[in-house]
Write a protein that binds this ligand. Sequence first.
Ligand code: SF4
Length: 291
Amino acid sequence: MPAGAVAASAVLHKGEEPPLIGKHGSGAIFFSGCTLGCPFCQNAQISIDDLGSGLSDSELAGIFLKLQERGAANINLVTASQFTPSVIAAADEARGLGLQIPIMWNSSGYETPQTIKLLSNTIDIWLPDIKTLDSNSAGRLFDAPDYPITTRAAILKMADQLEVRGGTLIKNDLMKRGMIVRHLVMPGEIDSSREVFEWFAENLKDRAMLSVMVQYTPVNAAGEKLAGHDYIMPDSDYKRIMQWLEEFEIEEGFLQAPEAASKEWIPDFNRPNPFPEKYSSPIWHWRQGLL
Ligand code: SF4
């Protein structure tokens, strides 16, 4: 990717965890490219095919401010690691022009502690993924056997940064500062979910919430849903997940219902509104600009 930010879409998005959406939705900006590149990515149009258009730092700051003006609960930077310097510059500019809502880092977690340190004065809410802690699975699933070690270090650094800023702050049910760690349960990888819960309980239980997602929907390399591959988590797996959460006494967080797996979640970034209307209102599109 180039040095300056490239993005595909900005929307008011209601498909996030409850303390992140408020009345009008989270102000999500979907950046192009990704530091990881999973073959099952539902956003493959942008993460792998790099669909999107370049934005100057000032243009990006303008989108932040437009999202705030339209009632966004926060600025939700979706997969922006590859543009860290631009995002920091845009955030500084927007803060100087009146941006007050929290800024959220919604990432794969596959990034260096140095990146997290750079972001320490910019980010209020950390929203990293933790996909697996099994390096064989990480090698096989997305060709990154170092994912567990890299992501553990990054997430712990995020938790430290949050503590330095004063820890979690929730006002009127809206998160102003905090951390939610997302874990997507994958078919055939259920045992690695247990490992993730155990690590979370040992390291983060008192500092972060856990969001367990079961919306895995098989897609091809172009991000299209694979015909005949509907995946709904079996009841027995769902029960095991609930038992493990109880075993590790993880009480703060969110657990998706099994029926959340749906092709509705697969966006089309060629459309001004990539998501169904009930989940999102478009604010900016890479072809059309501000809407
Ligand atoms: S699933 Fe997430 S981490 Fe993997 S390629 Fe897509 S955006 Fe990147």
